[in-house]
Design a binder for this molecule. Structure first.
Ligand code: 13P
Length: 255
């Protein structure tokens, strides 16, 4: 199986939880995970927590990520954070196009495309999120939706830059609901994402892109999801706030 060409990644998305002083405690509880060798662990934290988390993680293999960025490097954009700022604060990754950003903060496919390009130009690895609503799944248009989201997000990216992305399939109906996709359904969409990437960039570059699943992944269902051939890791919301649950998911990711 092609799994050997790509990294297994377990990424936590803390969303708008955890203050800087709480971040030190939560991150400290996760430090034992730095001994894990074959899984890349990433904590995508509120921007104001990055410095604290980075400092707490120093000399470990656990990486830090942001949850969003602007597509401009600097300027009169009150309240926004640039990719360069994330890098300077110690982030290596950034989530782009999370469904909460798309549905509540106006991130269109075109904005997502611009953010991906800028994040890569600044040296970040974007975690591109795609996923269908419950309605779209019922209507049988999941494939079309995913294809549009993927193709517009990477439009114009060079083959070299394309290698820096990570994709997360997050069906919107599974986020924060406790309704996880079945391993088979999640695997099928992750496979479709790879097919779509292969059509755009060819077999060799696309086989090395890690494709994660996100949506109510927890310590109980992680093993079955992560055992699927096209699921290369997880993007975890709620369970990433609980050190034991997050550690158990990392454990479940081991081959
Ligand atoms: P939950 O794990 O809380 O469903 O959140 C998933 C998610 O949105 C990760 O980005």
């Amino acid at each position: 199986m092609d799994r050997r060409y790509r990294k297994t990644i377990i990424a936590g998305n803390w969303k708008m939880n955890i203050t800087p002083s709480e971040a030190k405690k939560l991150t400290t509880a996760l430090l034992p995970l730095s001994a894990v060798k074959d899984t890349s662990i990433v904590l995508c934290v509120p921007a104001i927590d990055i410095t604290t988390v980075k400092r707490t993680l120093r000399q470990t293999r656990i990486a830090v990520g942001g949850q969003n960025c602007h597509f401009e490097s600097k300027g009169a954009f009150t309240g926004e954070i640039s990719p360069e700022m994330l890098i300077d604060a110690g982030a290596k990754y950034v989530i782009i196009g999370h469904s909460e950003r798309r549905s509540m903060f106006g991130d269109t496919d075109e904005i997502v495309r611009k953010k991906i390009a800028s994040a890569i130009a600044a040296g970040l690895r974007p975690i591109l999120c795609v996923g269908e609503t419950e309605e779209q799944r019922k209507q049988g248009v999941t494939e079309e939706i995913i294809r549009v989201q993927i193709k517009s997000a990477v439009y114009g990216l060079s083959a070299d830059d394309f290698r820096k992305i990570v994709v997360a399939y997050e069906p919107i109906w599974a986020i924060g609901t406790g309704n996880t996709a079945t391993p088979e359904d999640a695997n099928e969409v992750c496979k479709l994402i790879r097919t779509c990437l292969r059509e755009l960039y060819g077999a060799r570059p696309s086989r090395s892109i890690s494709i994660l699943y996100g949506g109510s992944m927890n310590e109980k269902n992680a093993k079955a999801l992560l055992a699927m051939p096209h699921i290369d890791g997880g993007l975890i919301g709620g369970a990433s706030l609980k050190p034991d649950a997050f550690a158990a998911i990392v454990e479940a990711s081991k081959a």
